[in-house]
Design a protein around this ligand. Structure first.
Ligand code: ADP
Length: 155
């Protein structure tokens, strides 16, 4: 069984994440979307909000579960018997950053990182841009899954 972990902050999940997750579905039997909790980071959305956003976006998808974890991603993968890490690549900066982490993770644990290239329509989307828009009172709906956009518009 091919099990992958898609780790990230998902603060919040965007259509960029949704694109990567949807396109990875044919590659794996199970995908655990894993929200990494870093005590030193300040998040805009709580763990519960971020978890619900993801669950709502994929409520009908049997292959997907949403979890949280602390510590090293490779340790978490071992705990749940996942052999693959899934990541998205948007640009050269993502590549340089992800390359070192993926190579280190493979050396440490043998776990392979599978990269999917961003789709042209969503390549410009990032959670940080969404947070900037929200912080300044703008409408980020076109960058977000409908459930997240609805939640923000009701606030
Ligand atoms: P992290 O803090 O670990 O970077 P993010 O939630 O920002 O967490 O991103 C998680 C993953 O989703 C990363 O691999 C990132 O490159 C990918 N990702 C984010 N936005 C996009 C996008 N628009 N297209 C493709 N991949 C994306």
């Amino acid at each position: 069984m091919k099990k992958a972990v898609f780790p990230g902050s998902f603060d919040p999940i965007t259509l960029g994440h949704v694109d990567i997750i949807s396109r990875s579905l044919p590659l794996f039997d199970e995908i655990v979307i894993a929200i990494g909790i870093n005590a030193k980071k300040n998040y805009m959305f709580s763990i519960d909000e971020r978890k619900k956003f993801i669950q709502n976006a994929f409520f009908a998808e049997q292959k997907i579960t949403v979890e949280t974890y602390t510590g090293l991603t490779v340790d978490y993968c071992k705990t749940i018997n996942a052999d693959f890490i899934l990541r998205g690549l948007r640009n050269p900066a993502d590549f340089e950053f992800e390359k070192a982490i993926a190579q280190t993770n493979r050396k440490l644990s043998g776990i392979e990182t599978v990269f999917l290239l961003t789709s042209a329509e969503t390549s410009f989307i990032s959670s940080s841009i969404v947070r900037d828009i929200v912080r300044n009172g703008g409408d980020a709906s076109i960058l977000l899954p409908k459930s997240v956009a609805d939640y923000l518009n009701k606030k």
